[in-house]
Each structure stands twice: as structure tokens, then as C-alpha cells.
Design a protein around this ligand. Structure first.
Ligand code: ATP
Ligand code: MG
Length: 396
């Protein structure tokens, strides 16, 4: 098989390493995705050159993990990750090797990789190196551990979760022995840091078929050992698939009846992610009782409203739901999107009343927003002035 594989800068990196007398090949996800006809993302390169040798070949490199053999090479402005062929020492903590040794053989490097479909390599000439039957497993759409599955999961328990997230991303099934080993070792997932789990959960939620992964999680019993996970995944399955990972997290929260604060804390979500979850939790509680009002449309972002509406639709088997197109239209047709769009501001209110600043300004801006939203008053300075002064003097 000869075909051109890889981005131009990544090909350049391999070419340079080969010219310097080392071996270098493409490995991992990019090779797998290429065989699936998917566009390439990050191009990972494995090489017989040790980190210091890689650094001597290229003028610009960045150390991102030389202890583990990884050097970032800057090639024509593109960062390309290279990792020295390595084997891993013993694992005593079920998550990372006690040490790694650099080796000269690609075979040794491929052997330490998690699944056969991730242990494929490709040369610059487009020749596929398949030492563990990854190509056949690709054809049968199977996720199979390299070597003895139980041993591999004992080394690094995250691999069990990676197996299920690949079912969501690729739509593949988990091969029987690999599946049994996950089921038998599921409790070891507790050794894994939430940061690594979070990264894999994001990929799971963003995959084409998250429900497939939820079912695998349930069948293997992984859900009983994950830090916060619904004990039954049926409700969660109904909410899949998702447009984005964060939508997945929101559905996960509602289906599991978790609070936004708990998920945020346990899975160490970013502040923006936490804010999204809190907003969906609120909006969903509103939607369960009633349709969204114009004020809800004003208050919440469109993606928050759409997620809450979708959850309402799936969880309540509701027929009377508002379509996404209609929600967009409603949101866009509001006279203002935020207080910044108002034709007046606090300074104007002070000028018109002759009063100095204070809490009253925020309160009145709120009332003006409401009046404009309900079309009681147009978003025009003079109209607002007239409405405001009348109401303001009436309340005095
Ligand atoms: P994605 O397309 O989602 O990035 P990927 O397979 O490239 O999937 P990465 O986490 O980027 O996943 O890892 C790159 C490669 O490193 C994998 O294809 C696999 O060969 C190897 N690998 C990653 N994590 C592990 C692990 N926990 N144990 C063994 N090998 C791993
Ligand atoms: Mg990758």
C-alpha cells in the first residue's frame, strides 16, 4: 500500500529524522482515523531517536515531557509531537509506570499501547505496520487490548474508560475478553485522577454515539466505581447524542439528579462549565413547570435554553415542545439582548432625576429592561425617558 499520509510539516519531521539516521513513523489515533477515512487531527510521531537527539536535529523544539520521551518540534510554525520508542516499567499504582525505558525497537513501543487499533504505525511511504492485528480489528470494528487485557488494565486503569469512550467515538464494540477484563477490574477505576477521567468524558460526550458508551459503562459496572455516575444509565441514554461535550455534562447532571456544584467540584470543571451547568439546572426547573417566558429568553443564553428544552422533551416525553429554530427566532426577535443594548444607561437616569448614584439605578434599569422586553415602551431614549419619569415620580 502506498499512499501519502500526514500533514506536510509532520512528514518533514520524519524526513529530517530519517536523514539523521533514525527511524520515525506515524502512530496512534491519526493512523487509526486515517484508515477510517476520517480527517487527521494531531499527528503523533514515534522515533528511535532519544529526546536529546531529536533536539539536536531541529532548530526549534519545546520540552513537554522529555522524561517520557516527548519533544515538541516546531516545523514551519506547526507544533509536531515526537515520542521516543519506549517501554514502560512496572506499574504499582494502577495509573502510571514507575519508570520508562527508551528502546530502539518499534515493536516494543507498540506493545505498550492500549488497543490494537491504537497500536498501528505508518511509514512515510504509507506502509502500514500492524504487529498486533489492528487492521483486522478495524475491519471487524473491535476494541481489543494489546496482549492480556486484565494485565493491561491493572497497569493503567484509565484504559478501561478509554475502551468505553472509543465505543462512543468510533461506534466499535469491545471485544469479548477485553470486555470481561473491564467487568472484572472495574473497581480499579478509582485509582484514576478526575483530570484524566474528565478529559476522556469530554471525548465520550462529544462522540457520535454516547449511549453506546453509557450502556457499556453500565454492563461492565464501571458506573459503580466512577466518582459520580448514575447507577442506572437508561435516562441518560435517552438524552444522547450531544452537539457539544458541555451539553453532555448538562444532560449527565439532570439524568443523574446531581447538582451543578457537585459535578463541578468532583470532576473539576472550569468556571465557564460550572456556570453553564448551573444555568441549565435553573432553566430546566423553570421549563418543567412552564414554557419559557420572554424574561427567561432574555436571561439565559440560547444554548442553555436549548439544552433545557431538549431535556424537557426527552425526560417528559413531551409533545408540546418548542423547536430549535423557533427558539432561535424568539431569542433574536427580542428588542434587546442585554442591558448594554438599552437606549439609556445609569448616567441618563441620574441626569433626568438629578439624583446621585446608588442601588436605585440597578433596580430601575431592571424595570426598564422589563418594560422594553414586554413592548410597554420602545427602546428609544425619549420613549424610555417619558415612561421612566412617569413611573419614577409615581412611586415617589
Ligand atoms: P484521540 O483521537 O481521541 O486523540 P488517541 O488514540 O489519539 O485518540 P490519545 O490520548 O491522543 O488518544 O493517545 C495517543 C496514543 O497513545 C493512542 O492511540 C495510544 O496508542 C497511546 N495511548 C494513549 N493513552 C494510553 C494509555 N492510557 N495506555 C496505553 N496507550 C495509550
Ligand atoms: Mg490523539
Amino acid at each position: 500500500m502506498t499512499e501519502r499520509f500526514g500533514t506536510e510539516p509532520s512528514r518533514e519531521v520524519i524526513r529530517f529524522l530519517e536523514e539523521a539516521g533514525y527511524e520515525a513513523v506515524f502512530v496512534g489515533g491519526a493512523v487509526r482515523d486515517h484508515l477510517l477515512g476520517k480527517p487527521a487531527k494531531d499527528m503523533d510521531i514515534a522515533t528511535s531517536a532519544e529526546p536529546a537527539e531529536v533536539k539536536s536535529v531541529f532548530p526549534i523544539t519545546v520540552d513537554i515531557g522529555t522524561d517520557h520521551g516527548t519533544v515538541l518540534v516546531m516545523m514551519n510554525g506547526e507544533p509536531i509531537e515526537t515520542t521516543t520508542y519506549r517501554t514502560e516499567g512496572t506499574y504499582t499504582d494502577h495509573r502510571r509506570p514507575d519508570d520508562v525505558q527508551f528502546v530502539k525497537s518499534l515493536k516494543e513501543d507498540l506493545r505498550r499501547r492500549d488497543f490494537t487499533i491504537n497500536a498501528l504505525a505508518m511509514t512515510l511511504d504509507g506502509e502500514l505496520i500492524d504487529l498486533f492485528g489492528g487492521k483486522t480489528d478495524m475491519e471487524y470494528r473491535l476494541i481489543r487490548a494489546v496482549g492480556n487485557a486484565a494485565d493491561r488494565f491493572n497497569e493503567d486503569a484509565l484504559r478501561m474508560f478509554r475502551a468505553v469512550r472509543f465505543t462512543a467515538v468510533l461506534g466499535f464494540d469491545i471485544e469479548e475478553k477485553t470486555f470481561e477484563a473491564i467487568r472484572d477490574n472495574a473497581d480499579q477505576i478509582r485509582y484514576i485522577s478526575v483530570e484524566r477521567l474528565k478529559a476522556e468524558m469530554d471525548k465520550l460526550f462529544a462522540g457520535n454515539d454516547p449511549a453506546k458508551a453509557f450502556m457499556a459503562i453500565q454492563k461492565t459496572g464501571l458506573n459503580f466505581h466512577l466518582p459520580l455516575f448514575p447507577k442506572e444509565t437508561e435516562v441518560l441514554c435517552l438524552t444522547a447524542p450531544y452537539e457539544t461535550a458541555i451539553e453532555g455534562w448538562a444532560c449527565f447532571m439532570i439524568a443523574g439528579e446531581f447538582s451543578a456544584a457537585d459535578i463541578g467540584r468532583v470532576y473539576k470543571l472550569s468556571n465557564a462549565e460550572k456556570a453553564f451547568l448551573s444555568a441549565v439546572k435553573e432553566a430546566y426547573a423553570i421549563r418543567v413547570k412552564n414554557h419559557f417566558t420572554i424574561e427567561d429568553y432574555y436571561r439565559y443564553d440560547l444554548d442553555v435554553l436549548m439544552t433545557a428544552e431538549k431535556l424537557f422533551r426527552t425526560n417528559h416525553n413531551a409533545r408540546e415542545t418548542v423547536s430549535t429554530a423557533e427558539m432561535k427566532r424568539l431569542k433574536q426577535s427580542m428588542p434587546i439582548q442585554s442591558a448594554a443594548d438599552l437606549a439609556v444607561d445609569g448616567r441618563k437616569l441620574m441626569e433626568w432625576t438629578g439624583q446621585s448614584g446608588g442601588r436605585w439605578i440597578g433596580e430601575w434599569i431592571g424595570k426598564i429592561e422589563k418594560a422594553v422586553l414586554h413592548d410597554t415602551c420602545k427602546n428609544v431614549t425619549n420613549d424610555i425617558k417619558e415612561w421612566f419619569l412617569y413611573e419614577f415620580n409615581r412611586e415617589k
